[in-house]
Design a binder for this molecule. Structure first.
Ligand code: ADP
Length: 171
């Protein structure tokens, strides 16, 4: 593991909806886990979004997907992400950048977060290029139409998506 700073314990939070977690998210988590001593994958409670998976379902899917990474933990927060960062002692927020199209929104959020707390910096990580077209919303759309999501999400998430699609059919 790469240790940062002069022996300082570097903690990062990776916030998001993770509705559901994809292999793109996991790629970012692995990269973050090799740079920072501790990474919290933090589920944001966002009342303006209507998630497919409940908070508990999303937490369990994240926990299962990261279980072999010893320095990664799942957390839940509502409110400001900088506040959560302060609570867990993190000085870095991780976000993933897939394409230039992500940049404008992410840049705005990063600067707004800095305004809230100037001691927390946002670090952007790029996934392997095979995940640059991958998003939770696209995965949900494909799975909802009974398409193939194998290789895009962990097997457990694939099962959970099939289950949701079957539930919807039964309604
Ligand atoms: P949010 O609702 O906060 O955008 P997401 O779960 O969609 O939550 O994404 C969380 C973070 O992960 C964001 O920074 C997003 O850009 C990044 N991300 C999403 N999908 C990928 C991917 N395929 N590769 C790399 N980063 C990704």
């Amino acid at each position: 593991m790469v240790k940062s700073g002069f022996g300082a314990h570097k903690v990062a939070v990776y916030p998001g909806s993770f509705d559901p977690i994809t292999n793109g998210h996991i790629d970012i988590i692995r990269r973050a886990a090799s740079i920072f001593d501790k990474v919290y994958v933090t589920l944001a409670v966002n009342s303006s979004k209507r998630p497919l998976f409940s908070l508990e379902e999303r937490r369990d899917l994240v926990a299962e997907s990261i279980k072999e990474l010893p320095n990664v933990e799942v957390a839940i927060f509502s409110g400001l992400v900088v506040e959560h960062a302060r609570e867990v002692g993190a000085s870095v927020i991780i976000r993933g950048l897939r394409a230039i199209s992500d940049f404008e929104y992410e840049f705005q959020i990063a600067l707004m977060n800095r305004r809230q707390n100037g001691e927390v910096d946002t670090v952007f990580l790029m996934p392997d290029e095979k995940y640059t077209y991958l998003s939770s919303s696209l995965v949900k759309e494909i799975a909802g139409l009974h398409g193939v999501v194998e290789g895009l999400v962990p097997p457990l998430v694939e099962e959970a998506l099939k289950h949701k699609a079957a539930e919807r059919l039964a309604k």
